[in-house]
Design a protein around this ligand. Structure first.
Ligand code: SAM
Length: 223
């Protein structure tokens, strides 16, 4: 059976692969997308979820990173991306989000991001799993930035999926991210940091005991 990714993102010549990523493959558009992510200045280790051909990962790495990793569900993107990466210290890893990201590097990355990727993932559980994995792989204080559609702008459009922002917000807080959303007409962008202190499981609220009767002084009555 041909999957969604195979259908849309695989098996095209380079120009075709570029077109499904973005019709505007210009430096200006690349700079604009990077500016939306609020990339931290000293990001030495970078992770991208849904990296495609490395359109953003390669220029980010060239700003002075030591190591970058991109994960993507399309083997065609990965193979072509590897060619474009050349000798850079960038690894591309095949992953479709149905399980964990196959990286044994907990707390390794300074910056993790995803852009024009989650809107192509049909189920919110996979997106949540990717956010959990970003949390595992980021160091405490590391930054997560990602984009989703801000509302169901074009319902029924095959390539676009809207994810419930309230569910994502709650998931991020429970994981232990502190951050902010910027919601535009079409896109919502999240920028947050992994808390340095791990999120503790919510305490059950105890029923309040009835207050003891107090005397006229306000002190508890004694024998
Ligand atoms: C529109 S492209 C964006 C690529 C890159 N983020 C960029 O901006 O240049 C979307 C990418 O997401 C990938 N993708 C789709 N579903 C995915 C999944 N479940 N897990 C990982 N990558 C996925 C596609 O293969 C494709 O390379």
């Amino acid at each position: 059976m041909r999957s969604f990714v195979t259908e849309y993102f695989d098996n095209k010549p380079l120009d075709g692969l570029r077109r499904v990523i973005t019709p505007d493959w210009s430096d200006k558009n690349t700079r604009y997308h990077l500016s939306l992510l609020g990339v931290p200045e000293r990001a030495k280790r970078i992770l991208e979820i849904g990296c495609g051909l490395g359109r953003l990962l390669i220029p980010l790495y060239d700003r002075g990173a030591q190591h970058a990793v991109g994960v993507d569900a399309s083997l065609s993107m990965i193979l072509e991306g590897q060619r474009l990466i050349g000798e850079r210290n960038i690894d591309l890893v095949h992953c479709d989000g149905s399980g964990l990201i196959p990286l044994d590097r907990d707390g390794y990355f300074d910056f993790a991001f995803a852009i024009i990727t989650f809107q192509h993932i049909p189920d919110t559980e996979t997106v949540k799993r990717y956010l959990s994995e970003a949390h595992r792989l980021l160091r405490p204080g590391g930054q997560l930035s990602f984009q989703v559609l801000s509302h169901d702008a074009k319902p029924g459009r095959e390539l676009w999926t809207y994810h419930d922002l309230i569910a994502l917000r709650e998931h991020l807080v429970n994981l232990g991210f502190s951050g902010k959303w910027q919601e535009g007409n079409i896109w919502a962008i999240y920028q947050g940091v992994k808390n340095r202190i791990a999120a503790s499981p919510r305490k059950k609220t105890q029923k309040k005991k009835p207050a003891k009767k107090r005397g006229s002084t306000g002190r508890p009555k004694t024998g």
